[in-house]
Design a protein around this ligand. Sequence first.
Ligand SMILES: [Zn+2]
Length: 299
Amino acid sequence: MSGKRRSVSIAIENLLEPAQHFPSGDDGVWRNHRLIWKQPASWAPQLTAWLTPGFRSDGLRRLKPGIFRDLGWDDSDWSRVLEKCLTADIAYHADKLAEAFEHAIVRTYHGCRTTDAGIYHREGLRTHDRALMTERLRNIVEAYPELQYVKARLPEAIAAIDSRLDIGRLYVVADDQSLLRHAAHYMIYGSEWISAVLGFHRHVLKKTGTPTLLQIDLPLATVDSATRNEFAVKILREWTRLACNQPDWSAPIDFTFTLRTNIPPAWIVGHSHPKELADPLERYSVYRVSTPECLQCQA
Ligand SMILES: [Zn+2]
């Protein structure tokens, strides 16, 4: 037996061993199960067990777990690598997995700026209400003397930002790594719409509150089946990458769930306050948070 074959055999055993605790091919492994993208231990063994009946008889030898493939984490070719060891195509398995995910829960994140994250724990998180946001914007403009010029021209400034895309919507992401690295402005300035209306005056938004990252356990039954399907494809690719390349890091996916209903308090399971963020609106310069605590943290 060559060294490569032996290492594949060991890697197959290592892949299957954590999965043996779960029934093979059973959608029930996802029922009320919470998965956390960047903690593969929370979903990869279940996915191995779930996929097992879909493997060709020599499927795992074709997959060659433990053998490095020179593919980026976001390369769609991971689907091709997985497909080689399955009896049906990736679209079939993604559809089936998306159906099974209907009863799963995924840890998601939402970035905001607040003086008290306790509000979210008590009241939940609401979709974008333009009337409410406009009132908040007026209050901000009233509060800062340096915004008198903006105050006089507020209707024009609001009209100039005519995006209505966010209205009635709420966005959460499956991975906080991408949010922290590339979209920290949600935490530095809070509302993207208010920040856009204020333009370069947005710096006043840094005078109150603190950057906050909310953790939300989102039941996947609340998202549409097309989004569940996209998520299923991502997780199948990541499973394949983990099985083959055995990295010690998880892929920093940029994956957004768009919700059209409020998030109840029970789904908000925690929050944290980053101390340093790269500001995408300031050429990714480092923004250091002077008070990385909210009222709830101080209580
Ligand atoms: Zn806090």
